[in-house]
Design a protein around this ligand. Structure first.
Ligand code: CP3
Length: 352
C-alpha cells in the first residue's frame, strides 16, 4: 500500500493493535480475535436468535450491531468483525437465500449455465446492501478507538461454489462440471462476483471498516494450476482495488497449503488454518505480509493444559512476525466459554 495515503500521525499514534500487527509490526502480546466470534456458543447470541431469524439479524443494523458487540463486551477482543454472512449478496444478485435450521444455507435459484450467469442482477452495494453499511457505521461508533472493525466478503470462487451448488458445495460436482466444461462462463461468473465485491468492500471502508477479510473457504479444492489460472487473477484485482484505500486486507484460505501462488495475491495479512505451521508461513511470506491464525478450533473442546500449551506454541512460533492470534477456522458452536477465557488468559498472560 502506498505510504503517502497513510497520514504520518495516524501511522505513529495508531492505537489499534490489530492494525499495527496487520502492517507488519511484531507486538509482544499479539492482538486477538476469533473467526465466528459472534455466534451460537454465546448464550446472549442465542437469546437474540430466539426472537429473530439469522438473515433478519444480518439485515437489521441495530441487531447486527448488538451481536457484533457481544463478544467484544464479554472477551475484550482486539477486533470486531461485522455480523453478516458471505452469502448475503446472493439476495441482490437475484439468487434467493434462506438458512434452513440444521441444513445450512440454501440458494433458491442456483447458477449453472451461461444464461444463468448472464442473468445475474447487477447492483450497487451502496443502495441494495445499505442496511449492512448502516450496521458498519453504527458498530464503528459503538466500538472503542483501540479496537479495529473488520468488514468482509466471500472470495469470488467460494461464493461461486455456493451459487452453483445451491448450498453446501461439497462434493463440488456442479462447480467442477461448469469449471471443466465451460471455463469461459465460469470465469465470467468469477469476474461478475469480483466486480461487486471490490465495490462492496470499498463501501464498507467508507462506512468505517478499518480492515477487510476475504474468506476463501473452498479455494483449497483447486489444483495449483486452476488456482493460478482462475482464482488468482480475480483475487489480485480485488486486493489491488482495496490497496488504494487505507484498510489492510486479509486473505484466508482453508486447506490451501499446496497453493504457492497465494503469496502473489498481494494481501497485507494471510490467515492460516491449523495445517500450516507458522514457521513455514514465515519462511514463505517473510516480511512481505503479516500472519493470522491458527489454533485448531477443536483444541477449544479439550482441557486447560492442552489449550495453554497449543496457544503458547503458536505465540512462540510467531516471534518476530507481524502476527494476529486467531483460530484456524471458525469457532465451533459447542465451544465452552471457559475455553475462550483460558485461551485469552494464556495469550495475554505476559501483559500484566
Ligand atoms: O462472527 C463472525 O465471524 C462474523 C459473522 C460471520 C458469519 N459467517 C455468521 C454466521 C462470518 C464472517 C461468516 C462467514 C461465512 N459464512 C463463511 C466463511 C468462513 C467459514 O466459516 O468458512 C461461510 C462459508 C459462510 C456460509 C455459511 N453461513 C454457512 C455454511 C452457514 C451454516 C453453517 C453454520 O455454521 O451454521 C452459515 C450460517 C452462519 N453464518 C451462522 C453465523 C453466526 C449461524 C447462523 C445461526 O444459526 O445463528
Amino acid at each position: 500500500m502506498p505510504e503517502e495515503v497513510l497520514a504520518p500521525s495516524v501511522a505513529v499514534t495508531q492505537k489499534k493493535s490489530f492494525l499495527r500487527a496487520a502492517r507488519g509490526e511484531h507486538m509482544r502480546i499479539p492482538p486477538v480475535w476469533l473467526m465466528r466470534q459472534a455466534g451460537r456458543y454465546l448464550p446472549e447470541y442465542l437469546a437474540v436468535r430466539a426472537d429473530h431469524d439469522f438473515i433478519s439479524v444480518c439485515r437489521t443494523p441495530d441487531l447486527a450491531c448488538e451481536v457484533t458487540m457481544q463478544p467484544i463486551r464479554r472477551f475484550d477482543f482486539d477486533a470486531a468483525i461485522l455480523f453478516s454472512d458471505i452469502l448475503i449478496p446472493a439476495i441482490p444478485l437475484g439468487c434467493g437465500l434462506r438458512f434452513d435450521s440444521g441444513h445450512g444455507p440454501v440458494i433458491e435459484r442456483p447458477v449453472r449455465s451461461r444464461n444463468e450467469v448472464d442473468s445475474l442482477r447487477e447492483f450497487d452495494p451502496r443502495e441494495e446492501l445499505d442496511d449492512v453499511l448502516a450496521a458498519v457505521k453504527l458498530i464503528r461508533r459503538e466500538l472503542p478507538d483501540d479496537k479495529a472493525l473488520i468488514g468482509f466478503a466471500g472470495a469470488p470462487f467460494t461464493l461461486a461454489c455456493y451459487l452453483i451448488e445451491g448450498g453446501k458445495p461439497d462434493p463440488f460436482r456442479n462447480v467442477k462440471r461448469m469449471m471443466y466444461s465451460d471455463p469461459e462462463a465460469f470465469t465470467k461468473l468469477l469476474n461478475k462476483l469480483a466486480d461487486f465485491t471490490a465495490d462492496y468492500m470499498l463501501a464498507m471502508i467508507d462506512a468505517g471498516a478499518d480492515a477487510i477479510q476475504l474468506f476463501d473457504t473452498w479455494g483449497g479444492i483447486l489444483t495449483v494450476a486452476e488456482f493460478r489460472a482462475l482464482n488468482l487473477p480475480v483475487l489480485q484485482r480485488i486486493v489491488a482495488a482495496l490497496n488504494h484505500s487505507v484498510a489492510p486486507t486479509t486473505y484466508f484460505v482453508l486447506n490451501g497449503m499446496h497453493l504457492a501462488s497465494v503469496a502473489e495475491i498481494g494481501a497485507d495479512v494471510y490467515g492460516l488454518d491449523w495445517r500450516m505451521p507458522i514457521q513455514s508461513a514465515k519462511a514463505r511470506f517473510g516480511t512481505q505480509a503479516s500472519l493470522q491464525g491458527n489454533l485448531d478450533p477443536v483444541l477449544l473442546l479439550t482441557d486447560e493444559t492442552t489449550i495453554r500449551r497449543a496457544a503458547r506454541q503458536i505465540i512462540n512460533d510467531a516471534e518476530g512476525a507481524g502476527f494476529i492470534f486467531n483460530l484456524g477456522h471458525g469457532i465451533l458452536p459447542d465451544t465452552p466459554i471457559s475455553s475462550v477465557d483460558i485461551l485469552l488468559d494464556e495469550i495475554r498472560s505476559s501483559r500484566a
